[in-house]
Write a protein that binds this ligand. Structure first.
Ligand code: AMP
Length: 286
């Protein structure tokens, strides 16, 4: 497995692989890898001849006061884990390599970032869209694999790829959970044992919502109320948002008459935890 730190080098490598007629799968990450990340790499391995991942904690997607400095890092361990999944190359630039002096071009979507996480993280999706654009131009993949755990992120990337005509297929991969249901996340390492128990209320509230829907409750406000009550009954939780919305536009839904996205963000102590699920009406056709 190659470890590459410069843009020039990885571009040259990708050009060679493309010239030889091989396909490239790409998995962008911020490192501190867990089973969720590794499942994306295996998905890439199944689809393509060559798998490239990036490890880069992207400063432009963090707002002031967020956890850029404290974001967990474990480069050596990440390399070992990636190699075991059959990854061919890791692109791990430093900040200077990606955002040189006088950087001034950003990619900003008009509507999708005005929902869900984008409301309390106003610069986040501009940072994500910008760095993913740069990484696409650098790694030149045929496929790029993203986790549905960050549902809005996948929606933003799909829209951007369509709007800007990137010749790349975006693959959304299901959320990988711990055995007790907690969605895996590098940020889970911030949680104390008690906070981790409180964080289980996110998945519990999603499952409860699905049960309510199956029992005939289609009023989104009523389901959101029940989910909020469940979450706030756990110590140390503060809800950022709970939304039931159209899975494509992310616009709020009042009544669930077709599959709907339920997404939520909750502060557990100082850690922001997110999760989501598609709520499905029993017997409905997707
Ligand atoms: P991150 O390192 O948090 O930026 O995540 C890198 C990629 O891994 C993104 O596409 C995430 O959506 C994906 N990812 C993170 N956690 C999970 C998970 N629990 N299950 C599936 N994919 C995940």
């Amino acid at each position: 497995m190659e470890i590459i730190k410069t843009v020039k080098e990885i571009q040259k490598r990708s050009d060679m692989i493309r010239r030889s007629g091989k396909t490239i799968a790409f998995v962008p990450t911020m490192g501190f890898l867990h089973e969720g990340h590794l499942s994306l790499m295996r998905e890439g391995r199944n689809r393509c001849d060559d798998v490239v991942i990036s490890i880069f904690v992207n400063p432009t997607q963090f707002g002031p006061g967020e956890d850029l400095e404290s974001y967990p890092r474990s480069f050596e361990r990440d390399c070992e884990l990636a190699e075991k999944q059959g990854v061919n190359a890791i692109f791990a630039p430093n900040e200077k390599e990606l955002y040189g002096k006088n950087f001034q071009t950003y990619v900003k979507l008009e509507d999708l970032p005005n929902h869900l996480c984008g409301i309390s993280r106003p610069v986040h999706f501009r940072g994500v869209a910008t760095v993913v654009t740069k990484l696409f131009n650098i790694v030149k993949p045929h496929f790029a694999i993203f986790g549905q755990k960050d549902y809005q992120q996948v929606a933003v990337i799909r829209q951007m790829v369509k709007d800007l005509n990137f010749d790349i297929e975006i693959v959304g991969h299901p959320t990988v959970r711990e055995t007790d249901g907690l969605a895996m996340s590098s940020r889970n390492s911030y949680l104390t044992p008690d906070q981790r128990v409180s964080a289980l209320s996110l998945y519990a509230s999603l499952k409860k919502a699905q049960t309510l829907l199956e029992n005939g409750i289609t009023d989104a406000a009523e389901i959101i109320r029940a989910a909020s009550e469940l979450i706030t009954s756990h110590p140390g939780t503060a809800i950022d948002y709970i939304t039931i919305c159209d899975p494509e536009t992310l616009a709020d839904m009042e009544t669930i008459s077709k599959p709907a996205l339920m997404a939520l963000a909750v502060k557990v102590g100082k850690t922001r935890v997110i999760d989501n699920m598609i709520l499905d009406i029993p017997g409905s056709q997707r």
